[in-house]
Ligand binder design. Structure first.
Ligand code: NCD
Length: 305
């Protein structure tokens, strides 16, 4: 049976730990992986803008010796003629061995996975989930902190529409003694589904606050996010909320010396560029982790030894 990755909880904690170990082995011995996917093809079907996710998938497949095909905007595919995601997925299964799909509609990659005959990876569906960003985040945290348990994680910004945060909470809430500090404006708090299904049901320790300053001293990880302009219903709300949190060197004065600052990127203005060279800023190292963990994931789903 083929395996897809639609939601991060499609993977067990053991499988995630294995993927992290595999990615670390790839980092150590890249030469051993250069031909692992020779003659394999990845299709990237991106119906929404992307820089890191699409290019990291593509460079991951090239570094495994495979090839890549696909489209980077809906307008250049038959979606513009009215083709359904299900038909596109079934069609692309004739050309590729694995599919990575990003779509503005929640659930589209799931629908694709039901019709595709090859594994489908959700590369972000609307305001829902983004499991491969979470694998990237977990590898980054593991490398920066040496552990995935016993952590206080602050998630700051647009926790309502930010799909990376939803998937990160889903993953991290399965590790021991992880506490979340959810920092957002009232209007951008985590959706009820995340609060009830992931946090409350699993009895995860979490608090919600509007103050980044108050939260800062206790955090081991600060996960900053962009206000998701494209998911707002009106521009006025976006304009009112877009500058809610701007991380500056001054605000880091009360932070732990070994805080790790993550951001899925792209950044708009929520992290001052003056922080980029602070050793605690991990977000560009995080980008690189994204390539290695996607290499590990594709090896797993393609069942390459
Ligand atoms: C994120 C996304 O697309 O959800 N970006 C990414 O994949 N690295 C975050 C964002 O767009 O804000």
């Amino acid at each position: 049976m083929k395996r897809d990755l639609i939601d991060i909880t499609d993977l067990s904690v053991e499988e995630i730990d294995e993927l992290i170990a595999k990615a670390e082995d790839i980092i150590e011995h890249p030469e051993e992986y250069r031909e692992k996917c020779k003659y394999k093809k990845l299709a990237t079907l991106f119906y929404e803008p992307s820089t890191r996710t699409r290019l990291s998938f593509e460079s991951a497949m090239y570094e495994l010796g495979g090839q890549v095909l696909g489209f980077s905007e809906a307008q250049s595919s038959s979606a513009a003629k009215g083709e359904s995601v299900a038909d596109t997925a079934r069609t692309v299964s004739c050309f590729a061995d694995i599919i990575a799909m990003r779509h503005p509609k929640e659930g589209a990659p799931l629908v694709a996975s039901m019709k595709a005959t090859v594994p489908v990876i959700n590369a972000g569906d609307g305001g829902h989930h983004h499991p491969t960003q979470t694998l990237t985040d977990l590898l980054t945290i593991k490398r920066e902190k040496g552990r995935l348990d016993n952590l206080v994680i602050g998630c700051c910004g647009d926790l309502k529409f930010g799909r990376t945060v939803h998937s990160l909470i889903g993953a991290m809430s399965r590790y021991e003694n992880v506490r979340f500090v959810l920092i957002s404006p009232e209007e951008l708090r985590v959706p009820e589904s995340v609060r009830s299904d992931l946090l409350e049901k699993q009895k995860i320790n979490f608090v919600e606050t509007t103050s980044l300053e108050e939260a800062m001293p206790q955090l081991d990880i600060l996960y900053m996010t962009r206000v998701q302009r494209e998911r707002f219903f009106n521009e006025d709300d976006y304009v009112r909320l877009k500058d809610s949190y701007i991380l500056t060197p001054d605000k880091l004065r009360t932070a732990k010396w070994d805080l790790s600052i993550l951001h899925p990127l792209p950044r708009v203005n929520e992290i001052s560029t003056a922080i980029d060279d602070d050793p605690r800023a991990c977000y560009f190292r995080q980008v690189l982790c994204g390539k290695f963990i996607r290499m590990a994931l594709m090896l797993k789903l393609l069942e390459v030894e």
